[in-house]
Design a protein around this ligand. Structure first.
Ligand SMILES: Cc1cc2nc3c(=O)[nH]c(=O)nc-3n(C[C@H](O)[C@H](O)[C@H](O)COP(=O)(O)O)c2cc1C
Length: 238
């Protein structure tokens, strides 16, 4: 069974939630899919304090580790990840951004998780009028820098404050577009082991490898890369 973790960037069961609901239904029409869901800010009601503990002393020293760990564990255990957020002030919600900040320690330039390199991702956003691209980009950047292998995105300009007020013709268009994206996401997730790796991932990994080699031996990032064998010939991708 395919396992997908969904992170909702807001608690409202509005337009973004309904787009994810359609995506879930389409995915389940394609095969057997299990969803694990986290709702923000409920499941992580904190901003990153900027203490640098995750970078310098290990992620388990983050003051919010108890809340971040279960989400990261589910992501690592899943085949694919869906990040969803409505547009607030031309970008993601504060709750989504606060969550993404808590993942920086596992970006490729720090201590990326090997498991992330074989996963797929999808980002979903809705806006009344503007901001689809910057909102998508914020979520896409995180997936890219975590090493995710294939990433898809969907954004809808809904011209409404709530799902019920969206014009029927627009809802039909949204459904059609999500169905298309669902097929691509499903097919990539099923075939994720045989998909080629992103050029971006390979280049960034090699750049960081050369930089990290010159770090002091005691830095957590260098210790981690060494332990993974990534400072020698081993790579998290083939
Ligand atoms: C605090 C806040 C900020 C928003 N900022 C924007 C914005 O910058 N541009 C825009 O077009 N719509 C903006 N909107 C409208 C929402 O993006 C839009 O209605 C979205 O579909 C709501 O999603 P939801 O129903 O899932 O909550 C904002 C809404 C809220 C509540």
């Amino acid at each position: 069974m395919m396992r997908i973790t969904i992170i909702y960037g807001n608690e409202r069961k509005g337009s973004t939630y309904n787009c994810v609901r359609i995506l879930k239904k389409e995915l389940q029409n394609l095969g057997s899919v299990e969803f694990i869901e986290f709702i923000l800010p409920k499941d992580l009601p904190h901003f990153c304090h900027g203490c640098f503990n995750c970078f310098l002393n290990g992620e388990d020293t983050c003051p919010h580790y108890d809340l971040v760990k279960p989400i990261v564990d589910e992501i690592l255990f899943s085949d694919g990840i869906i990040l969803s957020s409505p547009v607030y002030a031309l970008d993601v919600t504060g709750a989504m951004k606060a969550f993404l900040d808590h993942l920086c320690y596992m970006w490729i330039p720090h201590r990326p998780k090997k498991e992330m390199f074989s996963k797929t991702g999808m980002v979903i956003t809705t806006t009344a009028g503007a901001g689809i691209n910057p909102c998508k980009k914020t979520m896409l950047n995180t997936l890219k820098y975590l090493g995710v292998k294939r990433i898809y995105s969907f954004g809808a300009r809904v011209k409404a404050y709530k799902w019920e007020n969206i014009a029927e013709v627009n809802k039909i268009k949204i459904k059609k577009e999500i169905r298309k994206k669902a097929r691509k996401f499903y097919s990539a997730t099923i075939n994720r082991e045989i998909l080629s790796y992103r050029k971006f991932t390979k280049i960034l990994f090699n750049v960081m490898k050369n930089m990290i080699k010159n770090y002091d031996d005691n830095t957590p990032d260098k210790k981690y890369w060494k332990q993974m064998g990534w400072l020698d010939e081993i790579k998290p991708f083939s």
